[in-house]
Every structure is written in C-alpha cells, then in structure tokens.
Design a protein around this ligand. Sequence first.
Ligand SMILES: [Ca+2]
Ligand SMILES: [Ca+2]
Ligand SMILES: [Ca+2]
Ligand SMILES: [Ca+2]
Length: 183
Amino acid sequence: MRRTLALVFASVMLAAAAAAAPAAKPAKKSLHKQLDKNGNGVVSAAEAKSGAKERFKSLDKDKDGKLSADELVAGHMEWFNQQDSNSDGTVALAESIDFMCGPAPDKKGAGSAHTECVMVHTAVYKAADENGDGKLTKEEYEKYSRQQHAKVDKNQDGLIIVQESFAILMPTYSKPGKEVTKD
Ligand SMILES: [Ca+2]
Ligand SMILES: [Ca+2]
Ligand SMILES: [Ca+2]
Ligand SMILES: [Ca+2]
C-alpha cells in the first residue's frame, strides 16, 4: 500500500518536474527548489501558494477534495525520506533545513528570504522533535503531522485547501501563503 502510494506520488512529482525542468532529478530536489519555479532563489507567496495547491492535489489520493490524516501523513513520510540525506533513519535539523529552505543562496537578495525560512522552519522542526534530541524520527514526525491535522480538522471530515490547511501543508512557507489564500 505504502509502496503504491510512494510510486503514485513519485510519478506525479516526476510529471511536475518534467514540465518545469526536464534535466532535474526530482527525488533529490529540495522543496525549496521545487517551489521556486522561476529559480530566483526566493519562494514567493504566489509560488508557495501554487506549490501547496499542487501538493494538495497529489496527496488527495481518493480525489474527494479533502485531505485525510492518513493522506497528509503519507505525504509527510515521503518528505521524511527525502530529508534523510545520510539515510540514518532520522532527520537532523540541518538535513531538514537543506530540504525545506535549500542551501544558503549566493544570489543577491535571496539571503534574507533564506534566513527567514531557516528561522520559521527551525521552529517547526523543534515542535516536531518531541524529545528535543535533535533527531526527528518517523514516529515523531507522524505524531506531529496527526496532531496538526487534528488541530485544524475539528469535525474530523478531512482538510480542505483553506488558509489553515495551507499552514499544515507548507508549514515553512505558511507565512507568505497567508497573504494570498483568501480568494
Ligand atoms: Ca521564485
Ligand atoms: Ca482525500
Ligand atoms: Ca539523517
Ligand atoms: Ca527526537
């Protein structure tokens, strides 16, 4: 089941990446790079928003227009595997930041956005690393994802793509998203 989900997810990501950048290897591409469609080193509010929408669609496996806790967790577990770059089964803060925010930019003007991303994401990471040992385990990440889902989905019928679920889908980029999801 998991394998199938991973395969479906991978093929969706492949298709998306093929459209944007044919030569890129999507599995190793940081989230930051996936979102930064125009490649200027900054994930704009519009880029974060369209990224969240794409992700929502790809995670909504049963296509009911809502994200169940299981669907969200499956997506986050996919992220977990992509973040664990040294394959030791846990995600260190540095691995997580690499994936979410990309490397520190050399492009002028992208520096402050990167600093902001690192700050926001460090807070997300610390909240998820329940025992605070600097190693995020799959269990901690899953637990955190379910808690976040439950917090927003009070009536337990699944999340729809509104401001609140945007913050859960793209926690690191939820700040720019807040400005633009009220349409
Ligand atoms: Ca950009
Ligand atoms: Ca669904
Ligand atoms: Ca690791
Ligand atoms: Ca931990």
